[in-house]
Design a protein around this ligand. Structure first.
Ligand code: AMP
Length: 184
C-alpha cells in the first residue's frame, strides 16, 4: 500500500503516519525527519538546507525529489510506504507521479487531515519539541507557505480521485479510527 498523508503544519501528520506505519506494516518516510537528522549530523545535505529549514521555508524541489527517488530505491519500501511531508509543491507532485509511473506503480490514497487554523497555531506553539522552526515567526511563515505552495497539491490528487478527507480534530485514537474506516 502506498499512501500520502497531507495537511498543514501541526495537523498531526507525523503522529498518524506512525500509527498507520505500525498498523499496516509499511515504513514511514518523513522528508522533514530526514532533513532534521541531516542537520543534526551536520552532513553536506544538512549544511545546504539548515537556513531554509530554520526560517520555515521549503527546501528546493530538486533536492527533495532527488532525496525521495534515492530513498525509495531501498528494498524496504518495495511493499509500500506512508509518505509524510512529501510532495509539498506541484512540481514535487508531478515528479513523484512520473517516478511511480516509470516503475509501473500507483498511489492508493492521499489522506488529508483537516484542522482549523487557530487549532494549528495552538498545537504547534504548545508542542515545544525544541524544533528550531517552531518559533512564532517560523510557524506563521510555514502556514503561509502551506497556503501558497502546498495547498495546490490537494487539487492535483483530487483530480485523480485519490483524496480521503479526514476530520483532524479529536483524540489521536479517534482520528486514527477515521483513517482506518476511510482506507477500508
Ligand atoms: P515537516 O517535518 O514535514 O514539518 O518539515 C519541516 C521542514 O522541512 C519544512 O518546513 C521544510 O523546510 C522542510 N521540508 C520537509 N519536507 C519538504 C518537502 N517535501 N519540500 C520542501 N521542504 C520540505
Amino acid at each position: 500500500m502506498r499512501i500520502i498523508i497531507f495537511g498543514p503544519p501541526g495537523a498531526g501528520k507525523g503522529t498518524q503516519a506512525e500509527l498507520i506505519s505500525s498498523h499496516y506494516g509499511i515504513p514511514h518516510l518523513s522528508t522533514g525527519e530526514i532533513f532534521r537528522s541531516a542537520i543534526k549530523d551536520d552532513t553536506t545535505l544538512g549544511k545546504k538546507i539548515k537556513s531554509k529549514m530554520d526560517s520555515g521555508e521549503l527546501v528546493p524541489d530538486r533536492i527533495v525529489v532527488e532525496l525521495i527517488a534515492e530513498e525509495l530505491e531501498d528494498p524496504k519500501y518495495s511493499g509500500g510506504y506512508i509518505l509524510d511531508g512529501f510532495p509539498r509543491t506541484l512540481p514535487q507532485a508531478k515528479a513523484f507521479s512520473e517516478l511511480l509511473n516509470s516503475r509501473g506503480l500507483g498511489l492508493d490514497a492521499f489522506l488529508v487531515l483537516d484542522v482549523p487554523e487557530e487549532e494549528l497555531i495552538r498545537r504547534i506553539l504548545n508542542r515545544r519539541e525544541g524544533r528550531s522552526d517552531d518559533t512564532k515567526q517560523a510557524v506563521k511563515n510555514r502556514l503561509s507557505i502551506y497556503i501558497k505552495e502546498t495547498a495546490p497539491v490537494f487539487g492535483f490528487y483530487r483530480d485523480r480521485g485519490l483524496v480521503h478527507k479526514i476530520d483532524g480534530v479529536g483524540s489521536i485514537e479517534e482520528i486514527f479510527d477515521r483513517i482506518k474506516s476511510s482506507l477500508a
